[in-house]
Design a protein. Structure first.
Length: 204
C-alpha cells in the first residue's frame, strides 16, 4: 500500500517498530544500571572491610624424599600450643598433620598452622622430630612465618632452617612478638628455647 507521497506504509511501520524496540532496550539497560549501582557500591565497601582468615601463617617444609614424621607446634599469646594432638583452639588451627612421605598419599612433606585474626603478643614456633631416624641422618626443616594482609596479599616475616638429628628432638625456630596489625615488634625476635610439647591437658 502506498501513501499519497509514494512511500510504502509497510516500510514506515517496520521502521517505527524497530526504533521502538531499540528505545525500549536502551531504557531497560539504563534502568538495570541504576538498580545495580547501590549493590556495586556495597560490594566495594564489603571488599574493603573484608579480612580473610589465616592472618598469621606458619609453614614447615622438609625434603619430600625423606619419609620421616616431623611435627610443627605454634603457641599464640595467652593460648595453649597447637600441634598434632591439639589441632586447634579459638585462635590457631593445624591445617595439615603430615606423617611423612612413606605414609602420605601426596608427594610433599609440609605442615601448616594458621590463625584467625592477629592477637598481639608473643608467638613461639617449634619443630619436633616425632619418629625415629636412622643413625647419622639429618633432616633440614624450613620454617616460614608470614602474615596475610587485606585483600589476601601475604607478607613474609621470618624464615629459617632447623636441622633435626634424633627422635623427640624439639627445637624453637622462633620466638617473636606481633602488634595487632601484624608487624614485628622491634627487638622481639629470638630463638630462646621453650618446649611446647607436654602431655594432653597440661598447662603451658
Amino acid at each position: 500500500m502506498m501513501d499519497p507521497f509514494g512511500d510504502s506504509l509497510e516500510d514506515d511501520t517496520t521502521g517505527t517498530i524497530f526504533r521502538d524496540v531499540i528505545l525500549l532496550a536502551l531504557i531497560g539497560f539504563v534502568a538495570m544500571v541504576v538498580m545495580l549501582l547501590p549493590h556495586i557500591h556495597k560490594a566495594k565497601t564489603d571488599a574493603e572491610d573484608y579480612k580473610p582468615p589465616g592472618n598469621v601463617i606458619v609453614e614447615m617444609h622438609w625434603p619430600n624424599d625423606m619419609p620421616y614424621d616431623v611435627d610443627l607446634w605454634v603457641k599464640a599469646p595467652q593460648h595453649e600450643p597447637v600441634g598434632f594432638w591439639n589441632q586447634g583452639n579459638s585462635v590457631l588451627n593445624l591445617l595439615r598433620d603430615d606423617l611423612g612421605a612413606g605414609r602420605d598419599a601426596s608427594n610433599r612433606n609440609y605442615e601448616m598452622i594458621f590463625s584467625r585474626g592477629i592477637p598481639a603478643g608473643e608467638y613461639i614456633v617449634n619443630v619436633h622430630m616425632y619418629g625415629p631416624l636412622p643413625s647419622g641422618t639429618e633432616v633440614p626443616v624450613k620454617v616460614v612465618v608470614a602474615v596475610r594482609e587485606k585483600y589476601g596479599t601475604t607478607r613474609q616475616l621470618l624464615q629459617t632452617t632447623i636441622k633435626l638429628r634424633y627422635r623427640n628432638q624439639e627445637e624453637t625456630a622462633y620466638r617473636f612478638r606481633l602488634t595487632d596489625e601484624g608487624d614485628l615488634v622491634k627487638g622481639s625476635v629470638s630463638t630462646l628455647r621453650r618446649n611446647l610439647i607436654t602431655r594432653p591437658g597440661a598447662n603451658n
